[in-house]
Design a protein around this ligand. Structure first.
Ligand code: PEP
Ligand code: MN
Length: 687
């Protein structure tokens, strides 16, 4: 080691000091939050103020940009800090902390319900005495008998749906919901010994666990799924039996607790598998009106036409947004239904209590189950934002101003009707993950032409995310002119793309080439791209119309705008309304560029259709030096976003090397983009 090289030990010590300093600052921040909570205690200020949160985020992101720190890293850290402060203030207002509660749950120790109950208690600063019961009904009986203060029961799962038995218990007994909790379910398959999956003959779990892993279970050749009263209990039973041909499905924590070997992790059919739990009590609890709350109720409607609609109108008319509606059979009355309804609001708030009164007169029967602090809320979506200065004039507005002087004669195409502007005056906004494409936002989708390997796609994902891109692109099935050219990594490539998207929090877009790829791809990708060569593959378009996934429809190599919109109509006519158009250049006599990027199509499409339209200047020009200027021009022309090819080593790209931007070039494009007037908007949400 040379004299002037610092010692790694010293550097690490320095790092430890910085880390300790960060924690001390967090503690200091929490003290300030406590002081603020104290002030709010005596006032009427709400504890969740999106406007204030947005200001906090903007402020720290500006500091980050100044210091050369990734703004998105800082944003995600501060989102966590802000949600911690909201919880801290809610606890304060609730007067929580320090108490003890006897809590009943269903299952054995280390069951998901056990974990959720612990999470709920620790979130409220309570100590608990947790007791597991064999059935939901047993847990409720303990509560009703006064042997428990609270019962924590699962009510719905994002993969398997509602848990009917718990709804039945809510209907049958005088129970109140005083809280809710969510838990990310992370199922694994475990056995007494490390055996091949093919040697398992039986798999034990709670019916919900089996249902949430149905696809995985079907892939096991010899195993019969067997229901057990509880997930963790199933692990316990497998451990006790010591039979190596029996497996169980539960959490990895339960497997560890009962000394089992995990044979396979993450076996849920859906990676985002959450369960929502309700916290029940025999007495209602009031929640402070400054805490974001939900109210749950059971409703029977009158035997009149439009009766349910009238009830729902009471809620929407009074500004309450509904988060769940479940219908269950009404016992003893064939073909009549009870509705279980959750909405955002607090019965302690006069506006909500007035709405409840109105509901009482509109409904045949209503039972309010309680108002409680909300945990499970659908993440709010945000229009695509751009880093940097706010745009001052939107070209879309300019376009409208000009068009107002010279409105086109009302024209209707005979080739399409649903995608025609005449069918909808409002712009269609397509939700991709938590990003909105269309309307006022501007969305950047970026990544390599083809996924080439894990390192390449991960590096791209991180880089484009840090530059402010909203969606990660990457082809895995490639439509190549020559059959000898690189054809893409196929399904393995899709796994790599999805993993990179998950790691960076970016939704992914990839091309689907064949009808038989559609269903499988729709399970994993967030947007399904139809390539230029397939724009008039009508069977493919029809198949895409049957899935609930956004479609990115590229304009054909030599298609007119009318043909392009008629192709979109094929998708929409089958039911799927989520189509994003993409101008990617057309074949003309011009040979200086790979294609001729038709930016006038953006203006025409925005006039003729309500669908969002983005621009791909990479394929549109085919040469990297023209990509940035055309990207800026697209934004100025009123496009809703961009699709850009970026590669860590563009000259070595396995496809479309000439048009792929280097990281530096993409960074420069993004920095300048923010300065181009256009529909730039800061995110509509802070959380
Ligand atoms: C692509 O996006 O990589 C692609 C193949 O595009 P296009 O269909 O527009 O040629
Ligand atoms: Mn390409």
């Amino acid at each position: 080691m040379s004299e002037d090289q610092p010692d790694i030990g010293d550097l690490r010590q320095g790092l430890d000091e910085v880390d300790a300093g960060i924690v001390r600052l967090i503690a200091q921040r929490r003290e300030l939050i406590a002081a603020i909570a104290e002030v709010k205690q005596h006032g009427t200020a709400v504890i969740q103020d999106p406007e204030r949160e947005r200001k906090v985020l903007d402020g720290v992101m500006a500091v980050a940009t100044e210091l050369g720190v990734s703004a998105s890293l800082v944003r995600s850290i501060f989102r966590e800090l802000i949600s911690d402060s909201v919880a801290q203030q809610a606890r304060h207002l609730n007067g929580d902390g320090g108490g003890r509660a006897r809590v009943a749950f269903q299952g054995a120790a280390h069951a998901y319900s056990h974990a959720a109950a612990q999470k709920y208690l620790s979130g409220r600063g309570l100590h608990g005495e947790l007791t597991g019961f064999r059935t939901f009904r047993d847990a409720v009986s303990a509560l009703l008998a006064g042997d428990a203060d609270l019962a924590v029961l699962p009510i719905e799962n994002t993969t398997a749906g509602s848990i009917n038995e718990v709804y039945a218990l809510l209907r049958e007994h005088q129970l109140y919901i005083v809280g809710e909790e969510t838990w990310k379910v992370d199922h694994c398959l475990a056995a007494a010994q490390d055996v091949p999956l093919s040697s398992l003959t039986r798999i034990l779990s709670h019916p919900q666990g089996l249902e949430q892993c149905a696809q995985f279970l079907q892939s096991l050749p010899n195993a019969v799924p067997t229901t057990y009263f509880d997930t963790a209990g199933a692990m316990q039973a497998v451990a006790a039996a010591g039979d190596a041909s029996v497996g169980a499905i539960a959490s990895p924590e339960a497997a560890a607790a009962y000394g089992l070997v995990v044979l396979r992790h993450d076996i849920s059919d859906s990676a985002d598998n959450y369960t929502r739990f309700v916290v029940l009590s025999t007495t209602p609890a009031a929640a402070d009106v400054r805490i974001p709350c939900k109210t749950s109720l059971i409703l029977a409607t009158r035997h009149e036409e439009g009766a349910l609609l009238r009830c729902l109108e009471v809620l929407s008319g009074s500004g309450h947004s509904m988060t769940k509606l479940e219908s269950r059979p009404r016992p003893g009355r064939p073909w009549e239904y009870l509705f279980f309804l959750d909405f955002e609001g607090n019965a302690a708030d006069p506006r909500t209590s007035a709405a409840l009164d109105e509901l009482r007169s509109a409904a045949l029967y209503i039972k309010v189950l309680g108002s409680y602090p909300a945990k499970a809320l659908r993440p709010e979506a945000r229009p695509g934002d751009l880093p940097g200065p706010q745009a001052d004039a939107s070209p879309a507005e300019t376009l409208e101003a000009v068009a107002a002087d010279e409105a086109p004669a009302v024209r209707r195409s005979r080739q399409y009707k649903l995608v025609d502007r005449a069918a909808r005056s409002a712009d269609t906004i397509v939700r991709v993950g938590d990003v909105l494409v269309g309307g006022d936002g501007f969305v950047v989708m970026a990544g390599p032409c083809s996924v080439e390997g894990q390192d390449q796609i991960t590096a791209c994902a991180r880089f484009v995310r840090d530059q402010g891109a909203h969606v990660l692109r990457g082809g895995v099935f490639k439509p190549r002119t020559s059959p000898y050219a690189f054809q893409g990594l196929g399904w393995d490539g899709l796994d790599l793309l999805v993993a990179a998207g998950r790691e960076t929090g970016l939704p992914v877009v990839t091309e689907v080439m064949a009808v038989d790829q559609v269903q499988r791809m729709a399970q994993a990708a967030d947007i399904l791209q139809v390539g230029a060569r397939n724009m008039q593959n009508f069977d493919l378009l029809r198949e895409l119309g049957k899935v609930d996934r956004p479609v990115l429809l590229k304009r054909g190599l030599s298609s007119t705008i009318e043909e392009w919109l008629a192709a979109a109509e094929y998708v929409v006519a089958q039911g799927n309304q989520q189509v994003i158009l993409c101008e990617r250049g057309i074949r003309t006599f011009e040979s200086a560029t790979r294609n001729t990027l038709d930016l006038s199509a953006v203006a025409v499409v925005r006039e003729r259709s309500h669908l969002p339209v983005i621009v791909d200047p990479s394929h549109g020009t085919g040469q990297r030096r023209y990509v940035a200027p055309m990207a800026w021009a697209a934004r100025a022309a009123g496009a809703h976003g961009l699709l850009i090819e970026v590669h860590p080593d563009p000259d070595r790209a396995l496809s479309d090397a000439d048009q792929s931007l280097s990281f530096d070039q993409f960074g420069a494009l993004m920095r300048r983009l923010a300065a181009i007037p256009g529909p730039a908007r800061e995110p509509a949400r802070a959380g």
